[in-house]
Design a protein around this ligand. Structure first.
Ligand SMILES: C[C@H](O)[C@@H](O)[C@@H](O)C(=O)CO
Ligand SMILES: [Mn+2]
Length: 595
């Protein structure tokens, strides 16, 4: 199965609306070419610089005519509705009639680029149409280049490019979430509130539905052999030949014997295939006589409860979660699946944001420990240095960290996490080689299984994020941009051995601003809203903030520079001095996108 067959329906397109002054006999005629050229430049920019998670370049649809009034606005809308347009960008070099030309679809993110020129007043239209958007309660993003351009200049200035592409990535994420499912496999893990499904959150904020299966469905499919046995043979050979099987940390009395460990590996492979099939279906199952199972659940993300009923008896979910979240498996290099440990639905939604904005794999982790410089010195007799010198946060969890999180993919000799189509065979092999599959800690996981153990390479720019649900307020998003750091081996060894050393470790350092939650590293840990975070490659805080504003989720903690914050213009009307407070007020007034 190829990745672009993964979900039912086409990828959403971006609709481009060239608006124009409707006055014929001179004015309109003189502007037609320029206006359409702006639309074409935006289409070219998007096709070059934005891709869908399946690797295809983004598709755009330009309205058949410039839009001078309401009839042409309706014609553009009809075209867009037929073409599965999920996001629209209006462009214009001139004055046009605000409410007569505007896009009034309340659920499709909309931006307007008003050309900064002097011959015709694009900025005046921009201000007028944004006022109409605000007055009608239909928030839109305004884009106005900083420097004046000449009317015959069809280039898009870099500040405008940045805003258009940021808007497009976030808008497409909104559109790609819509009408997909989150699949809960099992229910609440160990009282973790994030694994209590809040259907209103998924339905009203993300436009998604919730699907559920009991974990016994895995048992049924394993026992009745409802999976592709040929694929199983390939997977088994692949991991036996290429996997590194690390040592057992369990006391002799608690160790599983060789026969059990071999069975655990086989069960883990079957769990991986079955979870994927539950999410997206598998045509092979039709050949086996299981047409219903072959359909899958149109799930763009899933979560596996695991602990404790399953893991007290069966092999744990670490292998399954690690492989599915990675950009490769025994079938080759492919887009990651999003699977949350402990069925933490809120971390899964955060991982989806990171994945759909960047097209890269995500690292799910416990926000485990803050190590102050003095605590590290006390325990190791060594001082933290460089980026780590203000203290470090230990990200660690059984399960869902993508193997891409090893940092074994490179650009210009530096560790990165890439979209799957840029990952080479050698890099995928290196990620696997940097991972040890170790017998699970049987005091935690009585049913055994294989845990994935690696240490993330340092110097990767990353962003950790998390959605939290607050009674009386709704969802809020928090994020921290920072870097992975690599500690000298002796320090890492001492710190890591104090916890469960069979799991993947990332040492994270946030960028500090000296204010609020970013006063120091301790404050970042202290202000984290739950036990988990999702880590994404790159400094994507600004994209996350734009996306959150589209979904009306306020951001309660971030360390993104103010000049990079891009939200609908209406947000400024809720206050310009205190952007954080304005965000909360705006989100409260507009409410969830799909209410
Ligand atoms: C094995 C343990 O139960 C861990 O899974 C636990 O510490 C968590 O990850 C909690 O989020
Ligand atoms: Mn956890």
């Amino acid at each position: 199965m190829t990745t672009n067959q993964r979900f039912i329906g086409d990828m959403p397109k971006i609709g481009i609306r060239p608006t124009i002054d409707g006055r014929r006999k001179g004015v309109r005629e003189s502007l037609e070419v320029k206006t359409m050229n702006m639309a074409k430049s935006v289409a070219n920019l998007l096709a070059e610089s934005v891709r869908y998670p399946n690797g295809q370049h983004v598709e755009t649809v330009i309205a058949d005519t410039c839009i001078g009034g309401v009839a042409e606005a309706a014609m553009a809308k009809n075209k867009f509705d037929k073409e599965n347009v999920g996001v629209t960008i209006t462009v214009t070099p001139c004055w046009c009639y605000g409410s007569e030309t505007m896009d009034m679809n309340p659920q499709r993110p909309n931006a307007i680029w008003g050309f900064n020129g002097t011959e015709r007043p694009g900025a005046v239209y921009l201000a007028a149409v944004l006022a109409a958007h605000n007055q009608k309660g239909l928030p839109a993003f305004g884009i106005y280049g900083e420097d004046v351009q000449d009317i015959d200049d069809d280039a898009i200035p870099s500040d405008v490019q940045e805003k258009i592409t940021r808007f497009a990535r976030a808008g497409l994420t909104v559109a790609m979430l819509k009408d997909k499912s989150y699949l809960s496999i099992g229910s609440v893990s160990m009282g973790i509130a994030g694994s209590m499904v809040d259907e209103s959150f998924f339905q009203e904020y993300l436009g998604m539905r919730n699907e559920y299966v009991d974990m016994t469905e895995l048992t049924r499919r394993i026992n009745e052999e409802i999976y592709d046995k040929e694929e199983f043979a390939v997977a088994y050979q692949w991991i036996k030949e290429n996997g590194i099987f690390g040592s057992d940390i369990n006391k002799a009395a608690n160790q599983r014997n060789t026969v059990q460990k071999e069975e655990d590996l086989k069960t883990n492979i079957k769990m991986t295939m079955i979870t994927r099939d539950l999410m997206q279906g598998n045509a092979k199952l039709t050949e086996l006589g299981y047409e219903e199972e072959a359909m899958g659940r149109n799930a763009i993300a899933s979560g596996f409860q695991g602990q404790r009923q399953w893991t007290d008896h069966f092999p744990n979910g670490d292998f399954m979660e690690a492989i599915l979240n990675s950009s490769f498996d025994w079938n080759g290099i492919r887009a990651p699946y999003i699977v949350a440990t402990e069925n933490d639905t809120l971390n899964a939604a955060t991982m989806l944001f990171g994945h759909l904005l960047t097209n890269t794999a995500q690292v799910f982790a416990d926000v485990r420990t803050y190590w102050s410089p003095s605590a590290v010195e006390r325990v190791t007799k060594h001082q933290l240095e460089g980026r780590a010198s203000n203290g470090i946060i230990h990200l660690l969890n059984s399960g869902s960290a993508a193997l891409d999180g090893t940092g074994e993919q490179e650009r210009h000799g530096k560790p990165v996490m890439k979209p799957f189509w840029e990952v080479t065979k050698e890099e995928a092999a290196n990620c696997l080689q940097a991972t040890e599959w170790r017998p699970a800690n049987t005091e935690y996981f009585r049913g055994g299984g294989l845990s994935s153990n690696f240490k993330t390479r340092g110097d990767m720019p990353v962003t950790i994020a998390r959605i939290n649900l607050i009674k009386g307020l709704g969802p809020v998003l928090q994020l921290a941009e920072g870097y992975t750091v690599e500690l000298p081996e002796h320090i890492h060894g001492v710190l890591n051995d104090r916890t469960d050393p069979t799991w993947p470790t990332t040492w994270f350092v946030p960028n500090l601003t000296g204010h609020g939650a970013f006063q120091d590293v301790y404050s970042v840990m202290n202000n984290w809203g739950a036990n988990h975070c999702a880590m994404s490659y790159g400094h994507i805080g600004a994209d996350l903030i734009t996306l959150a504003s589209m979904l009306r989720i306020p951001v309660n903690m971030h360390n993104v520079a103010e000049e990079n914050i891009f939200r609908p213009t209406a947000w400024n009307m809720f206050g310009t001095g205190d952007k954080e407070g304005a965000d909360f007020r705006a989100c409260q007034v507009y409410g969830p996108l799909y209410k």
